[in-house]
Design a protein around this ligand. Structure first.
Ligand SMILES: [Zn+2]
Length: 330
């Protein structure tokens, strides 16, 4: 996207949406960084509507999954039953992000996960040196491609099997967790949809994700989120709710299906695909040189397990050293 397009998109969002930003600190956290949703003494689940007489609230519910680095935002509005449903969605997200979390250093509950593949490739975060990774592989496996001409190497990995729609629902769940209360009634069907464990139930749903990759050493040290809710006065046929979350080297943008006002439109139009759905540029879009940010649009509408999806990442380096003990002795 060139700079003029970026500016146009920003203008479009400023004109047509109310934007709600939220940042979660992921390192050097103090008590003051903690954030809470809801009232601890007046429990009511925002997802199923039950109160403490009808359900339990024993588990600590993370409004945003720990696996993307959230340690500070806790929800008092998520009951144990719903929490259990959502933890399955989170497992799917963990599978989808398996390679990225290990290669870009996204810390979860038990630290940065180690990536292990049966072909021998192993990527482990070095606990002694925070910004170092230990990558192990068989010689000439083809998993790591060294390009000495531009001092870079590429690691070829594979995502763990995941259900695309479950991953999408997990993003939507995050958006609904932080949604200002007065908008919640417009998402009643969205709530039902994310709690539905049979992902093929709801018929055709457009699940389009804009995924942005920003190169460099962890450009998003914190988790940065934006909820965009269409202004009532907007005349544009554009989704009612949009959610963008940025962490590590990535931004993921989803739109929130079944939002009240959209449903009426989609009945008229027979398809949500006719809605104008634009990329919300991330904060680096006007700062970094054109072409630096890699953006792709992905379809997450399948409710079938996706297996063997390949993915790669390229690292550049200043200097290469061959350690004596690892030299090929033969
Ligand atoms: Zn609930």
């Amino acid at each position: 996207m060139n700079k003029n397009e970026v500016k146009e998109h920003i203008r479009f969002y400023m004109d047509n949406y109310n934007i709600y930003p939220r940042t979660l600190k992921t390192e050097n956290i103090g008590n003051r960084d903690k954030q809470f949703i809801g009232d601890k003494n007046k429990r009511k689940c925002r997802f199923c509507g039950k109160e403490k007489e009808e359900t339990t609230f024993k588990k600590v519910a993370h409004a945003i999954p720990e696996l993307v680095g959230n340690k500070v935002l806790i929800s008092f509005e998520e009951c144990d039953e719903c929490n259990k449903v959502f933890s399955k969605l989170e497992s799917e997200l963990a599978n989808y992000l398996s390679f990225e979390r290990s290669t870009t250093g996204i810390r979860g509950k038990t630290g940065i996960p180690t990536y292990k593949h049966k072909n021998g490739l192993r990527i482990e975060h070095d606990k002694e040196k925070s910004n170092r990774f230990i990558i192990q592989d068989y010689i000439d496996s083809g998993n790591i491609v060294d390009d000495a001409t531009d001092n870079s190497f590429t690691i070829k990995g594979e995502r763990f099997p995941f259900i695309p729609m479950a991953v999408y629902k997990c993003f939507v769940k995050m958006a609904l967790s932080i949604m200002p209360k007065h908008y919640l009634p417009y998402f009643w069907e969205t709530f039902e949809w994310i709690r539905e464990e049979d992902h093929s139930q709801h018929g055709k749903v457009v699940c389009k994700v804009f995924e942005q990759f920003i190169p460099g050493g962890k450009p998003f040290a914190d988790i940065e989120m934006f909820l965009a809710i269409r202004k009532w006065e907007s005349r544009e046929k554009t989704p009612f709710g949009i959610f963008l979350i940025c962490f590590g080297n990535f931004c993921y943008q989803v739109y929130l299906p079944f939002a009240g006002p959209d449903t009426i439109e989609s009945e008229l139009e027979e398809s949500q695909e006719t809605l104008k759905y634009l990329l919300l540029p991330c904060k680096y879009a006007l700062v970094l040189p054109e072409g630096t940010i890699h953006t792709i649009s992905k379809d997450f509408s399948s409710s079938e397990k996706t297996k063997g999806q390949t993915i790669d990442i390229t690292y550049s380096y200043d200097k290469k050293e061959v350690l004596r003990e690892f030299k090929n002795e033969s």
